[in-house]
Design a binder for this molecule. Structure first.
Ligand code: PLP
Length: 362
């Protein structure tokens, strides 16, 4: 058995160094005699840690000054309602790209808050696999309050690698499963948000990066904890934030800096994805059903040519310490999620296992 490697899609693995540090600091944070969970969020030491976490995230992503960084409640889905409530009026039109299952959930939530949710286009099936309709074919509204898309569809394993260019409305992106995975031109977005449990920290927590000119537009019945403007004013401490998640996310940001930042992460992530897709493409035993131009670098779904063997595959993988490979219950098959915390060695171990399993069973 190799060291256990956890390929869970989310909540996903955290860097081992982060867990070890949290363990070391658990009973007495900074010599305080209490854990970080047991002190006031207004305590100067906590406030200092919180501010440093924000600054580290700003450094990592090169977030311009005219953006607020908000630490929010309610995970990724909380933002599905926060976005329309905060930046579109109830009578507005908003544009959504429907690239997969998460986009679809976001669309259905937005329909509760705005008059017109216009789906501009979405996933299509081609001879080379699942793809996205080309941007020239998108039916964009002339007056959209924003354009929303999900650059990395976690369940479908479908990604849109280029930031849409033709869109003139503010671009809002659900980056729950690809934030911090490579360098990003933040200045091209109006809002970037992400649930934390894939590439940031614990679940139930979310980060929203909001351009200043989009503040002050919230619908009047927006709950205050979901109000970007109120949270910006209170530095994300309108009510008690999830202090533990904030702390752990801060440790992850420090760890990312030590790894060399997002350029370094992007390189490793590309190598990890290439290793897996190359193995899958070179075999008739495994198959990925996404067009090569639209493949996710974070979530690699695959099926066995003989689905009868799925159970054996998952059991044997687990015995090897390769965990969390079962596909989403909506999709079936297998899925390897290879976020920042998954080391290259984990993917090498998976690829070796897959090769051996194929040899034994074909
Ligand atoms: C996981 C995920 C979500 C939902 O996150 P929750 O924190 O469970 O609400 C939303 N969007 C994407 C792209 C995701 O991967």
């Amino acid at each position: 058995m190799t060291a256990p490697y956890n390929f869970s899609a989310g909540p996903a693995m955290l860097p081992r160094a982060v867990l070890e540090r949290a363990q070391k600091e658990l009973r007495s944070w900074r010599g305080s005699g209490t854990s970080v969970m047991e002190i006031s969020h207004r305590d100067p030491a906590f406030m200092q840690m919180a501010a440093k976490a924000e600054q580290d995230l700003r450094d990592l992503m090169a977030i311009p000054e005219n953006y607020q960084v908000l630490f929010m409640h309610g995970g990724g889905r909380g933002q599905f309602s926060a976005v329309p409530q905060n930046i579109a009026g109830p009578h507005a039109t908003v544009d959504y790209l429907n690239s997969g299952i998460w986009s679809d959930f976001a669309i259905r939530e937005a329909q509760k808050y705005v008059a017109q949710v216009n789906v501009v286009g979405g996933a299509i099936d081609t001879k080379r696999g699942r793809a996205l309709a080309s941007p020239e074919s998108w039916q964009l509204s002339a007056d959209a309050a924003y354009f929303h898309y999900c650059p990395n569809e976690t369940m479908d394993g479908v990604a849109l690698h280029d930031i849409p260019e033709a869109v003139t409305a503010p671009v809002v992106a659900d980056m729950s499963s690809n934030i911090l995975s490579e360098p990003l031109a933040v200045e091209r977005f109006g809002v970037i948000y992400a649930g934390a449990q894939k590439n940031i920290g614990p679940s139930g927590f979310a980060i929203a990066i909001v351009r200043d000119d989009l503040l002050g537009r919230a619908q009047s019945n927006t709950s205050t904890i979901m109000d970007y403007t109120a949270q910006a004013k209170e530095r994300s401490m309108y009510n008690t934030p999830n202090t533990w998640a904030w702390y752990l996310s801060g440790l992850v940001f420090e760890w990312l800096k030590e790894q060399g930042g997002l350029a370094a992460m992007g390189q490793v992530n590309q190598r990890k994805a290439d290793l897996l897709y190359n193995l899958i493409d070179s075999s008739d035993f495994y198959r990925n059903q996404v067009h090569p131009d639209f493949r996710s670098k974070m979530n690699v779904p695959f099926v066995l040519a003989d689905a009868q063997r799925d159970g054996d595959f998952l059991k044997a993988a687990e015995q090897q310490g390769l965990l969390g490979l079962k596909g989403h219950r909506f999709v079936g098959g297998m899925r390897a999620s290879i976020y920042n915390a998954m080391p290259l060695e984990g993917v090498v171990a998976l690829v070796d296992f897959m090769r051996e399993f194929e040899q034994k069973h074909s």
